[in-house]
Ligand binder design. Sequence first.
Ligand code: DQA
Length: 162
Amino acid sequence: MATILILHGPNLNLLGTREPYLYGHDTLATLNTKIIALVKTLGHEGIAFQSNAESALIDRIHQSQDDADFIIFNPAAFTHTSIALRDALIAINKPFIEVHLSNIYRREAFRQSSYFSDIALGTLTGLGIKGYLLAVRYAHYYLTKQEGASYPYGPAQNPQAH
Ligand code: DQA
């Protein structure tokens, strides 16, 4: 059994009412319930955390050194701005998947770059809540097939290995 941290960045606490045509009608609570239900079905433990503050997200990433094996992260607007969150993820060296509800590559130019995509195992963008659920399934695959394996951060040397 592993622990998967589901991390949500700023403004995602407003899911359900925030631009539902982009982000869907689920509230954050409903989203987390659905994600964690799947995590449990696959035999793992799930922890959900959301913050609007960059520092709180950094602290939660640091804490995951001790209490999580895998991170599923929607950095929200920090995707496009935060070198500090990028550095935190590199520092703790845990495998993670970047998720976005909307397809950031179909949106404004400033959303079309991410500080996380090149250091993530992979990115799911534009698939709504299904992106998180697919990320959980991949985390399960990764954690059970490669238990104990360390992930080489930085640009993947051998993407096929994942
Ligand atoms: C988002 C996309 C970001 O550009 C935006 O700032 C968000 C949500 C998404 O899930 O689609 O807050 O990460």
